[in-house]
Ligand binder design. Structure first.
Ligand code: C2E
Ligand code: CA
Ligand code: CA
Length: 277
């Protein structure tokens, strides 16, 4: 007991101030980050398993921070999500992703883009209006945009989330359930909410060749999705064997380091060229 408490106290004492300072500096630094172009989107392709063609690109944010270096999203998104700044951040991401998508289309590359959105975005009453404006500004068809939400977004405030997701659905925006299988929620929402796709979490996909339980979960999720009339993506595809297995299981789309790591926007066109050869 004593040892446990000691560790707990030590962690609290030593790192709390640093962490909370960093937190505050991250939150207060966001407007500057946007203005000074410190935020960067990397894109990770998603391919159709059946013919291995590229179907979409998922935008994954990074922050080139002047003090803390290149920050991965896990180091600042959860902090930003605690406050209203996530609204501004997601706006920035959607806007940049649509801008990049327009550039690709003008180069003859026709791909959809996917953006991760947070609970507060789905609860924000202005979200649809702003999204509509951004899509219009960049001449992006709503059907070319997918929004990835987690189950916690849906569970947070079902009525409001339902309303926003229905509105997105009637606009034609695709809705994908990210990290599927990792939440604690029931599956009942799948009957009420117009979802287009389940995205199987990488924790199941990465080890499915070795771990029979993971393989069962992946297989069952693919079947569940198809029986509900939904499409399904597997993320975390790290080997040729995993991709082949997904093909056998009838998974629609795949994403992962074996196919391509997340890369800066200007690396996408060259990657597609070599991939399609
Ligand atoms: P996610 O949406 O589940 O994204 C997948 C994460 O897994 C990404 O990490 C990606 O780089 C990584 N990944 C992709 N393929 C593989 C693979 O084959 N093996 C392994 N081990 N990992 C793989 P990343 O870029 O660090 O993003 C982490 C999380 O941060 C994302 O998880 C997402 O929840 C969040 N995030 C990223 N960008 C945004 C954003 O613009 N807005 C919001 N709200 N969240 C974001
Ligand atoms: Ca995602
Ligand atoms: Ca995930």
């Amino acid at each position: 007991h004593a040892k446990k408490a000691g560790v707990g106290v030590a962690l609290y004492d030593d790192s709390y101030d640093i962490h909370s300072q960093k937190r505050l500096s991250l939150i207060s630094g966001l407007p500057r980050a946007i203005k000074e172009n410190e935020l960067i989107l990397h894109y990770q392709p998603k391919i159709r398993v059946s013919d291995r063609t590229v179907s979409s690109l998922e935008a994954l944010i990074r922050w080139q921070h002047p003090e803390h270096g290149l920050l991965p999203p896990d180091q600042f998104i959860p902090i930003i999500e605690l406050g209203d700044s996530i609204i501004e951040l997601t706006n920035w991401v959607i806007n940049r992703a649509c801008l990049d998508c327009r550039k690709w289309q003008d180069q003859g590359i026709s791909v959809d883009v996917a953006v991760n959105v947070s609970t507060l975005n789905i609860q924000d009453e202005q979200f649809i209006k702003r999204l509509d404006r951004i899509l219009g500004e960049h001449h992006i068809h709503p059907g070319q945009l997918q929004l990835e939400i987690t189950e916690s977004v849906i569970m947070s405030d079902t009525k409001r989330a339902q309303k926003t997701i229905r509105a997105l659905d009637s606009m034609g925006v695709g809705i994908s359930i990210d990290d599927f299988g990792t939440g604690y929620s029931s599956l009942a929402y799948l009957k009420r909410i117009p979802v287009d796709e389940l995205k199987i979490d990488k924790s199941f996909v990465m080890d499915m060749e070795q771990d029979d339980n993971d393989a069962v979960i992946v297989r069952s999720t693919i079947d569940l999705a198809h029986n509900l009339g939904l499409e399904v993506t597997a993320e975390g595809v790290e080997t040729a064997g995993a991709l082949d297995l997904l093909d056998v299981l009838g998974c629609n789309y795949a994403q992962g380091y074996y196919i391509c790591r997340p890369v800066p926007a200007d690396k996408i066109a060259p990657w597609i060229d070599t991939w399609s050869e």
